[in-house]
Design a protein around this ligand. Structure first.
Ligand SMILES: C[S@@+](CC[C@H](N)C(=O)[O-])C[C@H]1O[C@@H](n2cnc3c(N)ncnc32)[C@H](O)[C@@H]1O
Length: 324
């Protein structure tokens, strides 16, 4: 078990609600719920219809919106033969197809069916260690033997174990990579760091590796909190981690650096809560932002006195390091 919120004086800065007994209860509830799901699951094979559409690139937002309104399960952007063309695969529930008419310039290229499978399992089998920035090497494989502690850092890099037991937080996504690249360029040593939406805890581990004096990470997603606590055992660093949101943090200027890799629509309205626990002079690393929303995010932080120090981009994703 990683450190509990009552250890190390964390209770001084967290208005923690309910403590470990609540976590234990929720864990038991979750297990019972998953068992019930297994009991009542339908073992027959589910197949999803998949439609491949091609369209003029400028229609991309319209196509995404119309497919979204048609009850699509998921969309996948594919590489098109030319920059003027957009290609999207749309996955629909079994037996369903788009209900909204699409503009005439949107062409259905083909339709296929895919059989449901454990998608995470196939990703897990292929997951390989990867270097990120100049300082980190992320290992998404299951440890062998289980519970093995991290070895010596390879080639001056910090080795961070985050097994691919969930889809996010192994460094395979652009937004995590961008956040790590900006983190290694920040003044982290001796700093108090807040990891907002910590997921697997990958950024928390990285901040401690770079010499942060203390890291508090949290996530509204309960399973992420359980997993992150397990990952603490695989790594040399143990951030304070809890399941919850910014409201659980007692107001006061506690943190010198905040790491926020979260989609803007899920965090922008909580900036006042974040502001309340940041020191007067501090940095924020903002990621999880599509390029089209970059300006909006910077404008939301500007009134708090944050000025951009550095910007990074990979594909459609941008990230910022800002200081005040
Ligand atoms: C993009 S993932 C980032 C995970 C990890 N920090 C990383 O960099 O790979 C965003 C995480 O933020 C969490 N999240 C979303 N909104 C949140 C909120 N308002 N407060 C706390 N966590 C939130 C999600 O559950 C998810 O785990």
């Amino acid at each position: 078990m990683g450190p509990t919120p009552s250890q190390g004086g964390l209770d001084q800065i967290l208005a923690y609600r309910g403590g470990d007994r609540l976590l234990a209860f929720l864990q038991a509830f979750l297990q019972a719920f998953l068992q019930a799901l297994l009991l009542f699951r339908d073992d027959s094979m589910t197949t999803f219809p998949v439609f491949l559409y091609s369209f003029p690139k400028e229609l991309e937002e319209v196509v995404v919106a119309l497919l979204g309104a048609s009850g699509v399960l998921g969309l996948q952007h594919l590489e098109a033969p030319s920059p003027e063309i957009g290609l999207i695969e749309a996955y629909f529930p079994e037996g369903e197809s788009p209900t909204f008419p699409l503009p005439p310039t949107v062409k259905l290229v083909h339709r296929r069916s895919v059989v449901d499978q454990d998608w995470l399992e196939s990703y897990r089998r292929q997951a390989q260690p990867l270097n990120i920035g100049d300082r980190f090497r992320i290992d998404p494989r299951e440890p062998e033997p289980p519970g093995e502690a991290s070895g010596p850092p390879p080639n001056g890099r910090f080795l961070i174990h985050v097994p691919a037991r969930q889809a996010f937080g192994t460094g395979s996504h652009e937004s995590t990579r961008l956040a790590l690249e900006l983190l290694e360029r920040s003044q982290v040593s001796g700093k108090r760091v807040l990891d907002v939406g910590a997921g697997s805890g990958i950024l928390s581990f990285a901040a401690l590796a770079l010499g942060a004096s203390r890291v508090v990470g949290f996530d509204i997603d309960l399973p992420s909190a359980f997993l992150a606590r397990q990952y603490c055992r695989l790594n040399a660093w143990a951030p304070d981690y809890f399941a919850g949101d910014l409201k659980a943090l007692a107001v006061g200027p506690h943190f010198d650096l905040a790491l926020v890799n979260i989609l803007p629509e899920r965090i922008l309205d909580q900036i006042p809560l974040l502001e309340a626990c940041l020191a007067e002079r501090c940095e924020v690393i903002l990621s999880g932002i599509l390029e089209s929303r970059g300006e909006e995010v910077l404008s939301a932080y500007a009134p708090l006195g944050f000025e951009i120090q550095e910007q990074r981009q990979e594909g459609d994703w941008v990230a910022f390091r800002c200081r005040r």
